[in-house]
Design a binder for this molecule. Structure first.
Ligand SMILES: [Zn+2]
Length: 58
């Protein structure tokens, strides 16, 4: 499994979305307009789509 990460638009840091999946699932996943309510980098809320996301292996 790998963590789905997005880049915080305020700090530029990679932050975990709380979603974990393997690379095969990520490739076929429909991820659009997902909400991240409490960003660990800036404390704000972000809306993200698959194009903003990347996998980070544990
Ligand atoms: Zn943020």
């Amino acid at each position: 499994m790998a963590n789905v990460m997005i880049k915080c638009p305020n700090t530029g840091k990679l932050v975990p979305t709380g979603i974990a999946m393997d690379a095969q699932s990520f490739a076929s996943a429909q991820l659009s307009n997902n909400g991240l309510g409490n960003c660990p980098a800036c404390g704000g809320g972000h809306v993200w789509s698959k194009k903003d996301a990347q996998l980070e292996e544990e």
